[in-house]
Design a protein around this ligand. Sequence first.
Ligand code: FES
Length: 189
Amino acid sequence: MPWQFFPVFTSSPANWTGRIILANTISFCSETMKQYEWLLTRYPTRRAALLPTLRLAESDFGELGVPEMRYVADLMEIPPAFVFGVVTFYTHYRRAGTGKFHIQVCSTLSCALRGSEDVVSRITERLGIKPGETTPCGHFTLSKVECLGSCDTAPMLQCNDDYHEDLSLEDVDQLIEQLRTEAEGGQNG
Ligand code: FES
C-alpha cells in the first residue's frame, strides 16, 4: 500500500472509528508556514530545525500521527524514519491517539523518593488506566516519564502544557475531578 493511503489506526480504541487521513492531503496553514520559514532562518540546516518544526506541526494538526510526520519529513527533505525516530524518542510530543488530557507523571529520582508511584497508583485507581493507556472515552492518557526539570517541587506531573507540583494525593483527586469536568463540559459544548 503506498504511504499516501496508509490508514491511521491509533493505539486508543476511542480513535478506531475510521480515522483515516491521507498524508498528501494535509499541509501547514499559511500562518504556520510563515513561522516555519522564519524558523529555517534561525538554524544552520533544515534538519537542525526539526524539533521546533514538529512543535509547529503538533500545534497546527493537533497531534503527530503517521501522515503528519510524513508531511514534515517531505517538507524538510528529511528521511521519514528519522522524523519517526525523533517523535517516538521524546515524550513531549503529542502522538496520534493521545487523550484530550495527557497526564505525564515524573518518575525520576526526586519524584520517586517523594511518592510519584503513589501518584501514579492514585490516577490509575481514579481513571481505570495504567501508564501507557488511554481511557475508552479518549479523555485521558497516562504516562510515566523521566525528569521534567522541576525536581525541587517533587512529586510533580505535567498535564498537557501545565505543571502540577508538590502534589499530595488530595491534589491529584482534585485535578482529576477538574479535568473530568472540563472534558465533559467540552463534550457538551
Ligand atoms: S525528578 Fe521529577 S522533575 Fe526532576
